[in-house]
Design a protein around this ligand. Structure first.
Ligand SMILES: N[C@@H](CCC(=O)N[C@@H](CS)C(=O)NCC(=O)O)C(=O)O
Length: 221
């Protein structure tokens, strides 16, 4: 049995978890979960939300389900590859701060804006991200002075934070600031990034080809 069962869909945050799995060289078996199809019982047993990605770690002392993409990244960093991508004591503050920043304020700010919610002055005090512009400026200011989240060294926090930056600048949910573009270029030059993306992109292409074939067969009937 592989070390991990990986429930994913290639068009999901599962792309981030796959990159993380490849960065640490984890041995995994994937289960592709189609949108709209019934969720596999094993996925629901591991994660009541049925959300993707979800991972089950088959460790020597038992199975450990783990969900939430940021938590999956942190778990893999600590568990695999002798902790090579986990933070050192000096990196820990930046590592946790920006990992949680991306999973909380950054993701909320992007989602709120894309769904048309802009908090007013009173609401800014209560919403966890405050306001979109300040979230963007705060992250950009950090990356202006630092090649990676924790400084000069790539850590697992970059897989998660970087995925948000790459996704956001590609789909225009984040501005194409020079700090974001340069950071994205550093990350996408990584061999493990390319390796993981190639798998998801091939899965997406195969799914699209199947959909097109089904549509043309239907048109002929
Ligand atoms: N907070 C979760 C969100 C996971 C999530 O929303 N995943 C989406 C795909 S990106 C999903 O599973 N959608 C299918 C569904 O909800 O049925 C995380 O960061 O992992």
């Amino acid at each position: 049995m592989a070390g991990y069962t990986f429930f994913t869909n290639p068009m999901s945050r599962g792309q981030i978890a796959r990159w993380a799995l490849h960065e640490v060289g984890a041995d995994y078996e994937q289960v592709i979960v189609d949108y709209g199809a019934p969720k596999p019982a094993a996925l629901l047993a591991a994660n009541g939300l049925g959300k993707l990605p979800t991972l089950v770690h088959h460790s020597a002392d038992g199975d450990y389900p783990i969900a939430e993409t940021a938590a999956i990244c942190a778990y893999l960093a600590e568990t695999e590859d002798n902790g090579a991508l986990a933070p050192t004591a000096q990196e820990r503050a930046a590592y946790y701060r920006w990992l949680f920043f991306a999973a909380g304020p950054l993701e909320q700010a992007i989602t709120a804006r894309s769904m048309g919610f802009e908090p007013n002055e009173r609401q800014k005090v209560s919403v966890g991200f405050g306001c979109y512009d300040l979230v963007v400026d705060t992250l950009a200011a950090h990356l202006r002075g630092s090649d990676y989240v924790c400084g000069a060294r790539f850590t697992m926090a970059d897989v998660y934070v970087g995925s948000h930056v790459l996704w956001g600048t590609m789909f225009k949910t984040l501005p194409e600031l020079p700090e974001f573009v340069a950071y994205g270029e550093r990350l996408s030059a990584r061999a493990k990034y390319a390796e993981a993306k190639a798998i998801d992109h091939a899965l997406i292409a195969a799914a699209q080809a199947t959909t097109q074939a089904a549509a043309s067969a239907e048109a002929k009937v």
